[in-house]
Design a binder for this molecule. Sequence first.
Ligand SMILES: Nc1ncnc2c1ncn2[C@@H]1O[C@H](COP(=O)(O)OP(=O)(O)OP(=O)(O)O)[C@@H](O)[C@H]1O
Length: 331
Amino acid sequence: MTFLKVSGLRIRKEEGFALNDVSFSQAKLQKIAIAGETGSGKSSLLKAIAGLNQPDEGEVFFHGERVLGAGEKLVPGHPAIGYLSQHFELPKSLRIEQVLQYANKIPDTVAHTLYDVCEITHVLSRKTDHLSGGERQRVALAKLLIGSPQLLLLDEPFTNLDMVHKNILKSVIDDIGHRLNITCMLVSHDPADTLPWADQIIILKDGQIVQKDSPQNIYRRPVNAYAAGLFGTFNLLTPSQSNRLSGGVGQAPAPIARPEDLCLSRTDNTGWSGTVKAIRFFGSHREIVVALAENALTIAENVLIVKASADSDFRRGEKVFVVPAQPNPTR
Ligand SMILES: Nc1ncnc2c1ncn2[C@@H]1O[C@H](COP(=O)(O)OP(=O)(O)OP(=O)(O)O)[C@@H](O)[C@H]1O
């Protein structure tokens, strides 16, 4: 029986739909990430799955049973589905252990494994207003996990976290799957959160699914510029550029190439000639924007690899050729 099935969900808003005919399913332990611009319906979808809002049409089935909407229950929600909101609240001026005991329905040893997974053991005796943002987030997560959910819906859990706390929370979320056997669905704006984590990514726009695929295909074969733009820099190619590139790389449904699909050369005049307009440093690579006759293309340059190459150290204003990168069949 399907773990989770979402079928034809529609939620009306003042004009149009917050969700418009959304259908998909999730297997147990399959990691699904939801991406989309602000207002595309991500939170509405998670809340509908958790039974925290009322769909106008369509249904959510969890283990084959319909999840009741918020309008059909006295206390909205499903006991086996946890939803971590972007705007969670912790009770004020209580010690963390009090907050967690209050929510506790599981044996002490299991609870302590859980505190360990969430990396909050060291803050248990602190008050809720004496926590960093990252610690608050992990306490809120532990509080949900104590309810023993089978499905955990995480709505922008990394918002407002610095890189250190974000990385701790990422490893906590990984552990939730591996050590606690809990299936997760995650909403995030940041491709660095979703591409390495998810088994499947669902892209929403205006309440509708525009693409549903593996992270590799979402990144390499976005269906349109909107889908491409959510996952990093991209180039919109002219028909002739697209034809040349489609020989090996960038075989997307849309005429799109990622910066790493292209290279720069000082000598290869089979390429498109142009002028370097901007150079942006990103640590592991640089992006070089080249103005051509018909458009501008952004090329990724691996900082370490090009050190040894004659085609390196490009300067603004320099005349260059843009050529397709060597296709790598494993990408
Ligand atoms: N309960 C509601 N009733 C009517 N409209 C709503 C309701 N909740 C959200 N909306 C509207 O539905 C659309 C989708 O909102 P939602 O919060 O699901 O988007 P989102 O993708 O999560 O956005 P963000 O990334 O900004 O959190 C928005 O236009 C929003 O204003």
